[in-house]
Design a protein around this ligand. Structure first.
Ligand code: F6P
Length: 343
């Protein structure tokens, strides 16, 4: 039995731990594992490498993905489905393990509906994938963001400044909320709860009046101003740039906020974008462990012929759920949770 594994979409810490889990568990079952390069692009182009116990030794400790990744959507490529089927036939692949977020798993689900034996492993630092309590990568990302906010406190305090820190999260504010609370940000802005700039500035001005001469504003890259807001269109987008899955390239909220806060409050303001720092580097212990469990589960799903399913964390158990339950609907921060936490 030969199994193909691939990593697609944005990278995140823990991908290598999943790959290792797949290979070690796969070899235990007597399967041969091959890794496709650059996500779905490698399947389209028949580019791969053989993975063995030796080649994945210790990789759970490293960030990124040894298989590399891309945001290629085979259904947007000429003859995409036919080329995928051809590679699978040519390479004698009996099953595919797709490790990715909404887009990559959406493709895996469509391929499954086309008769290809595919299972999924959920990945995204944003933690916005439905049908799993957590995705790996998220824990590492919030810890990086918390450390960054901790560091920003001391410099903001020394200079009596407001510092706006932009955190990843296109549609969901999980990283911003958890890191913002953990790091003690004074204002937390997430996509799910559109903000009023007047309220933001009121909080900052009040803090100053109370003698607290510095503040930290944690803002998700996808945060939106409330409807009707004149200072900012609802989302700050770099015009015209989308990937093959139609995801827009968000850019600029921080710059706009920095200027607007300085103008309205008169407080010196600076900003920083954490960006891909949150995705790079070594995974946390939590992510290494969770990702390894997901990899092992993926092989169990193949063994049990539970195709069209995805490994998922429910409480402390790793279970399986249909891929179609995980894709197409995002797990967003409930307003109630935001209101409870942001006090
Ligand atoms: O989906 C994960 C994510 O890190 C988002 O938080 C972010 O908007 C996006 O990927 C960035 O993508 P890219 O690496 O293509 O800039």
């Amino acid at each position: 039995m030969r199994i193909g594994v691939l990593t697609g979409g944005g990278d995140c810490p823990g991908l290598n731990a999943v790959i290792r889990g797949v290979v070690l568990q796969g070899e235990k079952e007597g399967y041969e594992i091959i890794g496709f390069k650059d996500g779905w692009l490698g399947v389209l182009e028949n580019r791969w490498e053989r993975l063995t116990k030796e080649s994945v030794e210790d990789i759970q400790r490293e960030g990124g993905t040894i298989l590399h990744t891309s945001r290629t959507n085979p259904f947007k490529e000429t003859e995409g489905l036919a080329r995928i089927k051809e590679t699978i036939k040519k390479r004698g692949i009996n099953a595919l393990v797709a490790i990715g977020g909404d887009d990559t798993l959406g493709v895996a689900n469509k391929l499954y509906e086309e008769g290809i034996k595919a299972v999924g492993v959920p990945k995204t630092i944003d933690n916005d994938l439905s049908a799993t309590d957590y995705t790996f990568g998220f824990d590492t990302a919030i810890n990086i963001a918390v450390e960054a906010i901790d560091r920003l406190h001391t410099t903001a305090r020394s200079h009596h400044r407001v510092i706006v820190v932009e955190i990843m999260g296109r549609h969901a504010g999980w990283i911003t909320l958890e890191a913002g609370i953990g790091g003690g940000a004074h204002v937390i802005l997430i996509p799910e709860v559109p903000f009023h700039i007047e309220e933001v500035c009121q909080i900052l001005t009040k803090r100053k009046e109370e003698g607290k001469t510095y503040s930290i504003v944690a803002v998700a890259e996808g945060a939106k101003a409330a409807k009707g807001s004149k200072f900012l269109s609802r989302e700050v987008v770099k015009e015209g740039e989308t990937d093959a899955f139609g995801n827009i390239y968000l850019k600029g909220i921080t710059e706009v906020l920095e200027k607007e806060i300085a103008k309205r409050t008169g407080i010196e303001t600076r900003s920083v974008i954490l960006g891909h720092l949150q995705r790079g580097g070594r995974p946390s212990a939590f992510d290494r462990f969770l990702a390894t469990r997901f990899g092992i589960k993926a092989i169990e799903l193949v063994k049990e012929e539970k195709f069209g399913q995805m490994a998922s964390l429910k409480g402390t158990e790793i279970i399986s759920v249909p891929l179609k339950e995980a894709v197409g609907k995002r797990k967003l921060v409930p307003r109630k949770l935001y209101e409870e936490m942001v006090i």
